[in-house]
Design a protein around this ligand. Sequence first.
Ligand SMILES: NC(=O)c1ccc[n+]([C@@H]2O[C@H](COP(=O)([O-])OP(=O)(O)OC[C@H]3O[C@@H](n4cnc5c(N)ncnc54)[C@H](OP(=O)(O)O)[C@@H]3O)[C@@H](O)[C@H]2O)c1
Length: 252
Amino acid sequence: MDLTGKMAVVTGGSGDIGRAICEALAAAGSDVIVTYVGDQDRAEASAGLVRDAGRQASIVQLDQRDEASIDAAAAAIAEHGRCDVLVNNAAWNIGIPFRNLETLDSATWDRVQETNLRGPYLLTRALAELLAADGGGRVVNIASVGGLFPGSSSIAYSCSKAGLIHLTHCLAVAMSPSVTVNCVAPGLVEGTRMAARLPDEVSEGARRGALLGQVGSPIDIANATVMLCEAESITGQTVVVDGGNPAAMNFG
Ligand SMILES: NC(=O)c1ccc[n+]([C@@H]2O[C@H](COP(=O)([O-])OP(=O)(O)OC[C@H]3O[C@@H](n4cnc5c(N)ncnc54)[C@H](OP(=O)(O)O)[C@@H]3O)[C@@H](O)[C@H]2O)c1
C-alpha cells in the first residue's frame, strides 16, 4: 500500500518508540493521529515531528483500559473520514522478576492484560469498518520478544505479548482479505522508559544475547512497521527487532 496521503493512527505515539513510528509513517507520506493516555506534551511533540515532515497530525486522548475511552477515541478518529493504518503500540509494564510469584497480584495482572491485549483488540474492532473501507488497510501490533520466549519485565507482560502475537494471527484471518494484520516484536530498546523498568538480569541477558552487539533500535522498529504497511502479500507475521538473539530465532 502506498502510504502517500493515507491516515495512520499510532497508539502510544507519545512514547519513546511510538514517536519514531509516527516520524517514519510521516516520512513515508502518511498523516498521523497520535494517541496518548496522560502525557499530552509528548503527544504534541510527536505530532510536531509529523508536521515537520510536511504531513498533517492531530492528537487524541485514549485510555485503552477503558472501553468508553476506546469508543470515544474511535469516534474522534472517524471524524477524520478515514483510517488506513492502525499501529497498536501503546502498552504498560512493571518490573517483577518471574520468580516473585507472590508480587504479581491480580490487579497488576489485569492492568497489564487490559492495556496490552484487550485494549488493542477493542480498538481494532472499533476501527475495523474504517480500516476495511476504501481499498483496505493495515494493522501493525507492537509486541515484544517477551511474547515469544519466557523473559521480560514480568510474567504478566510476557503473557500479554504472547496474546498480542496470537491476536495478530487471529485478526489476520478475521480481517482478510481487505486488511493485513502483522506484528513487530522488539527486544530491549536502550534509553526507553520501559527498558528502565526491566529487572537488571533481563536487560543484561538481552545485551549479552545480541549477536549484532546492539539491541533493538526505535528506527528499525519504525522502519519494520512501515515495511509491513507497504507490503501487499504479508499477513499474520511477526518481525523480530532485537539485535539477533538466538532465543527468539526458534519462534520467528
Ligand atoms: N522499550 C522497550 O525496551 C520495549 C521492548 C519490547 C517491546 N516494547 C513495546 O514497544 C511499545 C512501545 O514501548 P515504549 O518503550 O515506547 O513505551 P513508553 O515510552 O512507555 O510508551 C508507552 C505509550 O503507551 C501509552 N499508554 C500507556 N498506558 C496506556 C493506556 N492505558 N491507554 C493508552 N495508552 C497508554 C503511553 O501514553 P502516555 O505517554 O500518555 O503515558 C505511551 O504513549 C510497547 O508496546 C512496548 O511493549 C518496548
